[in-house]
Design a protein around this ligand. Structure first.
Ligand code: HEC
Ligand code: HEC
Ligand code: HEC
Ligand code: HEC
Ligand code: HEC
Length: 396
């Protein structure tokens, strides 16, 4: 009996998400503000803070669309699947046949799953106790186990961080490598690979990453600078100064991050203009979530007038079980996948009209391509906004 208990304990620790309830004192970022307000403010503006059904239109409409098209599963079941990475501190990690039966007749408002999905801690998305309450990251698990299925949580009230000499009057502290010398391990808990409902892999960021010594945090949290980790004053009247990074997690949603993210060169050949895009970053671009897009627009000019405009879209497109265009999460197949791999370049040719005297080239990025934006009826202008990478002019 005892042996059996030990066995089930070990196998659930190794192969299933173990829920550790987060105490009320630590549940959400408002509890950290008194001593970490600069960090809380930076994080609040990040998209980690928006990673929840109620805060990100694209995420919400993707979940609704999957629930509508994937008849076998209720909205709650899909939300809980996505919570693995988007809301990993959720207290319910699966639904059962009874939940599905209640959902099918609209009587699932008071199930444990519904209550867990409404709790205020998880409405903050990827908050402080997602990253700072991890004890161990299990890189020995199969690579498809991600998010909450890949980590062992710390006991509530102990914060893991980069320093081994920190002391706090509010919580315990423990140092971890994945907060200091090996932060990629933390980012790869979620930013690694993801697959559709039918098991089709549409993100493979960890596999495409080529290390050159730079870590994700160097670019997406910025370099370490002198600052304070906690604003609370020590006995000498000053706060402890430390080397710190920004918690802005700036990325694809921030226009300024795209300026010069790729090198762009153009040259004339006999009948075309050749545009070379070179990627100095350690991962592909576009990368990460499917259906991101890079646009090359060439505006040919003659005698001060626009002669013709050519547009090239570099993106991924997906097909459903019924061979129809679909969103990444319902894909069974990727039919085109154009991105520039890490430290590589690609050449794209655009036809050149006769009589063109010069060409204005604009290379930009969009979070969602036309196809998926229309399928999901996304309304917020951020999804269609063209964020400029580089503009150049070439005499022909
Ligand atoms: C009453 C003040 C106070 C509150 C409230 C507080 N902390 Fe802290 N925290 C500190 C102090 C002081 C330190 C140590 C700073 C130093 O050594 O420079 C610290 C350190 C940390 C560290 C770094 C630990 C390490 O070893 O590297 C993390 C992470 C952290 N806190 C997270 C949190 C989170 C998350 C919350 C909210 C749930 C929180 N703190 C609430 C005072 C506080
Ligand atoms: C628990 C899972 C998880 C972990 C761990 C995690 N992320 Fe994220 N990250 C996400 C999710 C989910 C999103 C998408 C949120 C959204 O757009 O709604 C995201 C978004 C981002 C973005 C995109 C922001 C933008 O504006 O496009 C960046 C950059 C990022 N994360 C960097 C990091 C870095 C660096 C680390 C490691 C220190 C990290 N993440 C760790 C899940 C995670
Ligand atoms: C996506 C993961 C992630 C989230 C979410 C996150 N942190 Fe951090 N945090 C990190 C990493 C990585 C470091 C180590 C940065 C470094 O190299 O110094 C860090 C460092 C810290 C430190 C030490 C100071 C520093 O910059 O090194 C404190 C304090 C801290 N975090 C508090 C918080 C609080 C409070 C929140 C919530 C508002 C939060 N963190 C949310 C990943 C995260
Ligand atoms: C040398 C700097 C650098 C490093 C290191 C780096 N990135 Fe990036 N990353 C960028 C730049 C530049 C972009 C394009 C602008 C933007 O989105 O920030 C980008 C884009 C992204 C995007 C959006 C991609 C897209 O096409 O929509 C994600 C997600 C991301 N990075 C995550 C990561 C993760 C996770 C790591 C670590 C495994 C990492 N990055 C390492 C510079 C870097
Ligand atoms: C394996 C971890 C993981 C799982 C499970 C997961 N996601 Fe994500 N998701 C991420 C990460 C990491 C990002 C950020 C990548 C990026 O910005 O390129 C993200 C980004 C997204 C985005 C883009 C958000 C934006 O603001 O641009 C959408 C939409 C999304 N996920 C939908 C879902 C849905 C729906 C589910 C459940 C069916 C789900 N995800 C399950 C890790 C995951």
């Amino acid at each position: 009996m005892r042996l059996w208990l030990i066995f089930t304990f070990i196998s659930s620790v190794l192969f299933g998400a173990q829920v550790v309830q987060v105490g009320d004192k630590f549940k959400d970022s408002t509890k950290c503000k008194a001593c970490h307000s600069p960090i809380v403010k930076q994080w609040e503006k990040s998209w980690h803070a928006k990673s929840h059904y109620d805060s990100d239109e694209y995420f919400q409409k993707t979940i609704d669309y999957v629930a509508r098209k994937d008849n076998g599963k209720s909205l709650n079941t899909i939300k809980i699947e996505c919570a693995t990475c988007h809301n990993p501190r959720i207290s319910v990690t699966s639904t059962n046949a009874e939940d599905e039966a209640l959902a099918s007749v609209g009587l699932d408002k008071n199930t444990a799953a519904s209550k867990a999905l409404k709790s205020d801690g998880i409405s903050e998305g990827i908050n402080c106790v997602v990253c700072h309450n991890i004890d161990k990251i299990h890189d020995d698990l199969p690579e498809s186990k991600r998010g909450m299925d890949r980590v062992i949580w710390m006991k509530s009230g102990t914060m893991t961080g980069p320093y081994n000499d920190a002391k706090s009057p509010y919580h315990q502290v423990e140092a971890r490598d994945f907060m200091n010398t090996n932060p990629n391990q933390l980012c790869f808990v979620c930013h690694a690979n993801d697959k559709s409902e039918d098991g089709h892999r549409f993100v493979n960021m960890q596999a495409e990453f080529k290390s050159n010594g730079k870590q994700c945090v160097d670019c997406h949290m910025g370099i370490r600078t002198q600052g304070v980790a906690a604003t609370i004053r020590l006995s000498n009247g000053d706060a402890h100064t430390r080397m710190v990074r920004s918690h802005g997690f700036v990325g694809a949603h921030t226009e300024t991050m795209w300026q010069d993210a790729l090198g762009v060169n153009a040259k004339k050949t006999k009948q075309t203009v050749e545009v070379t895009l070179s990627n100095p970053q350690p991962h592909a671009l576009p990368s990460g979530f499917g259906s991101r897009e890079i646009l090359i627009e060439a505006q040919y000019v003659s005698a001060g007038k626009i002669l013709k405009t050519e547009v090239l879209s570099l993106t991924s497109k997906y097909l459903s079980k019924r061979d129809k265009p679909t969103i990444p999460h319902l894909a069974v197949k990727t039919i085109s996948n154009i991105s520039i791999p890490a430290f590589s370049s690609k050449i794209f040719s655009l036809p050149m009209p006769i009589g063109a005297e010069s060409v204005n080239i604009v290379v930009s990025y969009r979070l969602v391509n036309d196809e998926v934006r229309e399928l999901l009826e996304l309304k917020d202008p951020i999804w269609s906004k063209k964020m400029v990478i580089k503009k150049l002019n070439l005499k022909l």
